[in-house]
Design a protein around this ligand. Sequence first.
Ligand SMILES: [Zn+2]
Length: 224
Amino acid sequence: MFVGHYGPGFGLRRTGGVPLWVLFLAVQFVDVLLSLFIIAGVEEVRLTEGFTASSPLDLYYAPYTHSLAASMGWALILGWLGSLAWGRRGGVVIGLCVISHWILDLPVHVAKLPLWGNEYKVGFGLWNHPMIAFVLEAGVLLVGVAIYARHARSKLPIWIFSIVLLGIQYSNTLLPLPDSTRQFAVMALASYFGFAAAAWFVERKWGQQPDSGGRWDTLHPGAP
Ligand SMILES: [Zn+2]
């Protein structure tokens, strides 16, 4: 799953008062780490044409980022760090966003997601059913966007942003495979930070105001 991960980020924006761009990084945190670990040689993936019908990505060895145990550990650490900046509620939201990554990867990946270390691998393999996988991905994203857009200052640009995200995801499947897993990791990192920067811009211009720890409704008392 790729842009579908942003669904929980959008959906939980108002609950925790954490800026959207931070949540964009939180939902992809374990993938950001995976990319860095690939470059550092700590974790390993394979890119195999036709590995699944929708994605060539074989999570061959990713125990520190994509095991359930590691994901929960990262969620706790980042949730705690987030609570220092955005209070307990913000910390909980950040933790939930981090763990949502594994939960949303579970239906699409084939049985390559370890529960613990590099063992007991699970995954329901919807990537082998591209249509269902794409509908699920778009559905998760758009539900989150619908929740977010209700309180946005301007709704249309928010919807356009989400359609652009889906378009980028779709066009990704048409590109040739990267030459190496390192190149794949660099491209992935660029997209995670690029999307977070775009989220910052979109929110600043049209979305809910990021604020210093306060919640949207405390800044706009009496607003619906
Ligand atoms: Zn992932």
